[in-house]
Write a protein that binds this ligand. Structure first.
Ligand code: NAP
Length: 420
């Protein structure tokens, strides 16, 4: 049914086989060296996101309903209701398609974040986890299976559709490198590769490592759930989930044609069966996050890292700096101070490895944030000192004036008493 909807979407958007796509289909897949823009579903997601972000300005431009005839408004409301009904039907179909073929998902790295996502993903599919430490009990408690990291063949032989790499940023490259030979063996034996997904908080580094090491039979999806065990403890509704479909069916997407809320016209859409199958698996995986209520954000790894330095890194940096002050709760805390303590708690709950990874593997952006912050700190302190100096000078002038006045008064009094 998903294929049917897929075709439906293609028809709606008037996308057929372009000459480029036909050319790709005729070529042996192994030799394809082309890059490709994001697919049409991401384009739709991006447009929806963009229109929701600019909906306030949009509505203000179109608020002049007084000019519309009432009949037209009725007609639009009817269309709106029809679309809502169609959407609900499609959603139900999508759900049943998902449930009819649940994914088997492997998680490499069953630490704080690995456990957090496995708990929810386990409601949508079978979970097999592997990690350095022995997590048999925790895995069993959540209905997952644990395989030691020292037994990669046993892990891969669980017939995994998807493998999520959830190790620390700093150990990511070594983990991928040590898994790669086993993945190659698995691919050569079975002729298929699992979809490899990373969840690292830095994205360009993850993308480079995965493209460099993984066998080309493995599709690659780079993701960053912009939340964690604290911010997502009450569910994932409306929390941002960033993703880039990096490699699908041996074709690498072109990061320079990232969506970034711009419209993309994907002319080179490929309808090869293996491609559709690969996209179907990716969409199944993404649909889980979508079903949990995440706000899906198709974004290139490069743009993610630029945005994240200005949001995520600065948050962690401030949390760590404030945390180093040894601040404590007091009986007279203001709301502002409570927020400061919350920031410290949420950032220091994450491992230092994570913070270090954010710095080291997004160095250009994170260093620029550190410098900006240092400059801002100097500016603020300097402004305080300038103000203080001005205050001091004004106070002295005032003092001089007052002393002058006092002096003049006493001289006047003296001369008056002498005259008497
Ligand atoms: P972390 O300290 O970044 O990573 C801990 C995980 O890495 C554990 O599973 C640990 O395995 C594994 N690990 C550490 N060193 C290793 C090594 N040398 N070899 C193999 N495995 C190693 O903490 P985290 O919060 O769980 O984050 C995991 C990943 O999720 C990171 O890439 C992070 O960027 C990403 N992420 C985290 C959050 C969050 O809110 N925490 C949000 C989004 C994404 P053992 O436990 O078996 O030692």
């Amino acid at each position: 049914m998903i294929f049917k909807n897929f075709g439906f979407i293609l028809i709606i958007f008037g996308i057929g086989k372009s000459s480029n796509a036909l050319e790709i289909n005729r070529m042996p897949r192994k030799h394809i060296k082309v890059t490709r823009q994001f697919d049409i579903l991401d384009s739709i997601r991006s447009r929806t996101l963009f229109s929701s972000m600019s909906s306030s300005s949009f509505s203000s431009k179109n608020d002049d309903n007084s000019l519309s005839p009432i009949g037209r408004l009725e007609e639009l409301k009817q269309q709106e209701a029809d679309l809502a009904r169609q959407l609900a039907e499609i959603r139900m179909e999508k759900l049943s398609a998902l449930r009819s073929k649940p994914l088997t998902i492997g998680v490499v790295g069953f630490g704080r974040f690995g456990q957090f996502i496995a708990k929810t993903l386990g409601q949508h599919g079978k979970i097999v986890v592997t990690s350095r430490s022995d997590y048999t009990d925790i895995a069993n408690d959540m209905g997952a299976e644990y395989v030691p990291l020292s037994e990669p063949e046993a892990f891969l032989n669980k017939n995994l559709d998807v493998i999520i790499l959830a190790t620390s940023i700093v150990s990511f490259e070594d983990t991928v490198k040590s898994l790669t030979p086993h993945l190659r063996d698995y691919v050569s034996k079975t002729n298929k590769g699992p979809l490899m997904v990373d969840v690292l908080s830095v994205k360009e580094h993850a993308r480079d490592i995965l493209l460099e090491h993984l066998p080309e039979e493995c599709d690659i999806l780079c993701t960053h759930p912009m939340f964690g065990p604290d911010s997502g403890k009450n569910g994932w509704k409306n929390l941002n989930f960033v993703f880039e479909k990096t490699r699908v069916d041996k074709v690498v997407f072109d990061p320079s044609s990232c969506l970034d809320f711009q419209n993309t016209n994907d002319e080179s859409f490929n309808e090869a069966y293996s491609y559709i199958e690969a996209m179907d698996r990716i969409e199944r995986f993404l649909s889980i996050w979508e079903e949990e209520g995440c706000r899906m954000v198709p974004l290139s790894c490069k743009s993610h890292d630029e945005y994240a330095a200005n949001s995520q890194f600065i948050t962690h940096l401030m949390g760590r700096i404030l945390g180093a002050q040894g601040l404590q709760k007091t009986p007279i805390d203001t709301k502002g101070f409570e927020s400061v303590l919350k920031l410290i708690d949420s950032t220091t709950a994450d491992s230092f490895d994570l913070f270090y990874g954010l710095y080291k593997f997004n160095k250009k952006n994170s260093l620029s944030i550190i410098h900006q912050l240092q400059n801002a700190m100097e500016d603020v302190v300097e402004n305080l000192q300038i103000l203080e100096k001005k205050d001091f000078e004004e106070h002295n002038i005032q003092l001089d004036l007052t002393n002058g006045e006092k002096q003049a008064t006493s001289e006047k009094e003296q001369s008056t008493s002498q005259t008497r």
